[in-house]
Design a protein around this ligand. Structure first.
Ligand code: FMN
Length: 396
């Protein structure tokens, strides 16, 4: 998935904390504290959230790779203590085992409990569910925020928004709108919708699901502007940027589908209606397109148009009424229950932006990489000057 960056995280949902390590970020990047903290906060906030949102806090400690507010080229490491650990210490202490502990032996449907316990040979399924929990997305958002800081220096900007909650569609930004304009609307509300006039309708939809003791899935869209032509490659399967994006997005818990560009519409139309063709006013130095059906990628390589795609999330598996399950001895029982939300579709926009940013930054570093930010800026600048400007002009 990443050819230049190395990303890893460690830590359990109710353990002492979560650690993120990101290496491959060049020296000389200003660490934008306000943006970083904003992204962390956005990952917490969602109209469909339950009590856990109030418990989780965004305390963190930068423990490597940044000095006096600037990256120094070494791995960036960040530690996020889990605020709730005090209440879980007995059950989650890394070394001390309490005399009595009740193991989880009946798996929750739709969660890692069963597969994890079989795969790793656990009797107590907590060992599996703690790490499979979406608490881990905190580390992704942290790494993605750093990726976005550098991408901004490279002229790239990303936004994600909710286009469906359950089976209800929400208004989308006009095609061709810049991500910063999209974000100024969608990030200003915790429904992550473009039109805040639709928030009461969303609240009703969430309340209805909550009253019925159930949960909602949905669809998100992302758009990233500013990629130069030529990121990724068709030469080897692991280099295709479409495949790398799909993998990164698919790895987000509860994401069950990734679509790049307008693939669903394309698959249903004749080929004559699905091509992105330059307009008649285009010139050697300026290519103008009316459409972007391929979502900014041709043959796994960026073509200079915005990167676009959709992500489909299943409804959260945990229901208010515990579901039927089967334990290791074959007894039918009701599953164990953990605290849960009604929907995570909105706050998943932050995770989606993070993953898209990491993949694109990785491809930028692959093509223009250097040890210092200034080297990358210079190389990117001369590349841009040597190639035509690519413009999406839907009304051309
Ligand atoms: C931001 C975020 C928050 C989530 N919160 C919950 C939750 O509160 N309850 C739940 O049942 N699943 C939640 N999930 C989904 C589960 O983590 C996921 O469905 C489970 O680990 C199984 O993985 P899979 O759905 O990819 O197969 C969340 C996912 C994300 C991205």
């Amino acid at each position: 998935m990443f050819n230049r960056l190395t990303y890893t995280s460690a830590g359990e949902s109710h353990g002492p904390g979560v650690t993120m390590i990101l290496s491959g970020i060049p020296a000389g990047l200003k660490f934008d504290v306000a943006f970083f903290e904003y992204e962390l906060e956005k990952r917490n906030l969602d109209m469909g959230r339950g009590k856990r949102g109030a418990i989780e806090q965004n305390a963190y400690m930068l423990t490597g790779g940044v000095r006096h507010g600037i990256t120094i080229g070494s791995p960036i490491s960040i530690y996020f203590p889990n605020a709730d650990y005090a209440n879980w210490q007995q059950r989650m202490d890394p070394l001390l085992k309490p005399e009595r502990i009740t193991p989880i032996t009946t798996p929750r449907p739709g969660h890692a409990d069963f597969v994890g316990s079989v795969k790793y040979g656990f009797r107590d399924m907590r060992n599996a569910l703690e790490r499979a929990s979406a608490r881990e997305t905190l580390a992704r958002v942290a790494a993605g925020a750093i990726a976005q800081m550098l991408l901004k220096k490279c002229g790239c900007d990303v936004a994600a928004y909710v286009s469906y909650l359950g089976d209800k569609a929400y208004r989308e930004p006009p095609v061709g709108m810049h991500p910063s304009d999209i974000r100024s609307k969608t990030q200003a509300n915790i429904g992550y919708v473009f039109d805040i006039g639709e928030l009461p309708r969303m609240q009703q939809q969430i309340d209805r699901a909550r009253d019925a003791g159930t949960t909602l899935g949905g669809q998100l869209k992302f758009v990233l502007w500013g990629c130069p032509v030529g990121l990724g490659s068709y030469t080897d399967i692991q280099n295709r940027l479409d495949a790398r994006l799909a993998m990164a997005l698919m790895s987000i818990p509860s994401v069950k589908g990734v679509v790049l560009g307008a693939a669903i519409e394309q698959s249903r139309l004749h080929g004559s209606k699905t091509q992105d063709i330059v307009t008649a006013e285009s010139s050697k130095t300026h290519h103008i397109y009316q459409s972007n059906m391929n979502g900014g990628l041709t043959a796994g390589v960026t073509n200079g148009l915005p990167l676009t795609g959709s992500i489909f999330l299943k409804p959260l598996s945990t229901q208010r009424k515990a579901l039927r399950s089967i334990d290791a001895d074959g007894h039918l029982k009701t599953a164990h229950k953990e605290r849960s939300d009604v929907s995570a579709v909105g706050r998943a926009t932050t995770v989606v932006s993070a993953m898209v940013a990491l993949v694109v930054l990785d491809a930028v570093l692959e093509k223009f990489g250097g040890d210092a930010v200034t080297e990358i800026e210079q190389r990117l600048d001369s590349w841009r000057k040597a190639h035509p400007v690519i413009e999406l002009r839907p009304d051309a």
